[in-house]
Write a protein that binds this ligand. Structure first.
Ligand code: FES
Length: 153
């Protein structure tokens, strides 16, 4: 969907900035908002580009740099940290051969941290795009990632 099409879905009001940014991000395989898009969105909503950039950098769901098709976000807040008895990040890192904030060479996966995703009672938790996974174990993490590799999203 083009940016113009996305913008036409929403009233021209700044209250819709986050929805617009999420739509643009989700619409692209590489999940990011370009500088040109920031400019167009700011003009459309009659707000400053710096405001768009500050929202973009505040939300971990959004990014201004190109990412993979699947964005794996591991919760780094205390309940998840305390319940992470096998090291979620290390497991993913080793399995995919990437470090934190990296993207695999085939542009399939990016690995990031996120703040609490609201599933603390079932920690540790992670999110892949819009899907949340809880009560993670080493085997479960690897299975989830492999299912995405096979296109079983
Ligand atoms: S602390 Fe990880 S989901 Fe809340």
């Amino acid at each position: 969907m083009s940016l113009e099409k996305i913008l036409s879905k929403y009233p021209q009001k700044k209250e819709y900035l986050i929805e617009i940014l999420l739509d643009v991000d989700e619409d692209k395989k590489n999940h990011f908002i370009s500088e040109e898009e920031v400019t167009t969105i700011a003009k459309h909503l009659k707000i400053k580009e710096s405001h768009v950039c500050s929202v973009l950098s505040f939300y971990t769901l959004l990014s201004s740099r190109e990412r993979g098709e699947y964005i794996i976000q591991v919760c780094k807040d205390v309940p998840c940290y305390l319940n992470d008895n096998f090291n979620v990040v290390e497991t993913i890192s080793k399995h995919l051969g990437i470090e934190m904030n990296d993207t695999t060479d085939d542009r399939m996966f990016s690995l990031e941290f996120t703040a609490c995703i609201g599933c603390c009672e079932n920690a540790p938790a992670m999110r892949i795009n819009n899907e949340i996974f809880v009560s993670l174990t080493k085997d479960k993490v690897i299975k989830i990632i492999d299912s995405k590799k096979g296109g079983n999203s």
